[in-house]
Design a binder for this molecule. Sequence first.
Ligand SMILES: Cc1ncc(COP(=O)(O)O)c(C=O)c1O
Length: 482
Amino acid sequence: MVNQASSTLLSKMARSNGHGEESHYFDGWKAYESDPYHSVSNPNGVIQMGLAENQLCFDSIQEWIIKNPQASICSAEGLHDFKDVAIYQDYHGLPEFRNAVAKFMTRVRGGKVEFEPDRVVMSGGATGAQETLAFCLADSGDAFLVPTPYYPGFDRDLRWRTGIQLIPVTTKSSNGFKPDVETLQSAYDKATAEKISVKGLLLTNPSNPLGTVLDKESLRSILRFAQSNNIHLICDEIYAGTVSGFPDFISISEIIEEEKQHTNRNLIHIIYSLSKDLGFPGFRVGIIYSYNDEVVNCARKMSSFGLVSTQTQRLVATMLADDEFVNEFLERSANRLDKRRKVFAEELAKLGIGSLKGNAGLFLWMDLRGFLDEQSVEAEAKLWRVIINQVKLNVSPGSSFHCSEPGWFRVCIANMDDETVNASLTRIENFVAHSMAARKRKSLRLQKNLQVSLSFKRLQQQEALTMSPHSPISSPLVRART
Ligand SMILES: Cc1ncc(COP(=O)(O)O)c(C=O)c1O
């Protein structure tokens, strides 16, 4: 009765699974939430390694907040601004906020390009920024190409409320999962032949889940591909500040600066947020930076649906205007992430587990192909169930990222302390030992069966020579096997 009523009273959108909660990605989170690991109160609980949070530099942020009490209106020093902050705000955002964000975007990209504060549009995290931009660029039924593996949230953020389609474009491990232009072009041609209007290409650089950065030549060729087909190029660069060492991160903004003469900038848009580089996902600071004036105008109006609170803008503006702090923070954060990445990659390697070589993001792309019973999505799901239920680690399987090769898993490395890192590595070590032992037992069993069946065959051959086929004497081996 209730179901019938709700099925007619609610919209199709409300009844759909557009949020994408029915997936291993979210199931892992649920498993963690129902049994969260705690070193003292729940040492056998699930360790959360499915959450791309950057928690390695909260100490720096806290120090800064203590030194700058006036930046918050919830302090005696900042209270006199309370009224200005509490009243309705202009949807353009505070000028000091846009200035500080534009400057920070420049700083994160090594000062190689300038960003204009007037092109900075705010939104509720990159989640809101993606959707707003999608609303500006495409209509329901239109499509964006997205190289795989990609962040599972895109299926929700770009599709659910807009009615837009995403067309996954496969990549292969043999070239480090780099998107190639031939495959992009054939995906574009196929969709166009099916009368789907492809409006753009969504690229994530640095990549979630790969933890890699794209090289200049790849970026150039992807840009040329998008421009020659007259489609938008959206670059999600929310991990720009998490890169350490070589190769450097190269923003699409640098490429279009170099290719000035041949680029229609109206088709270029950057998605940014402070969720990863500063580790502030709770602040919901998302940015659309578009080179297209009409998109900036429209997105700014739409931002009324997802403004960043004035209190947050004010705090962030003050913090990001502090050059000394920003420089120190970015350096420290990159160093700590680098160290964490190396520890994980090296410890996994010692256990015989490979991972994609990367120097960005808050994760590792772990290669468990050798642990699959067979190379299939079903075998990957089976392995994932063992990892979540028995090993009790919430890592995310490649299928949730539309990865075309089964057996890859994303491991988040920056949302935990060193002690939890050790606990997780011990569990992985035990899992490997257990799998090896099981494999050994299986291969011994197989060997034994093989020996038995070989001796049986030999015996049969001998019997065939010495006995009549109707002999009443049965082989002892046959008895033993039945
Ligand atoms: C590539 C990518 N884009 C967007 C988002 C959403 O970010 P936000 O928390 O700023 O909404 C994420 C979050 O993990 C992400 O990895």
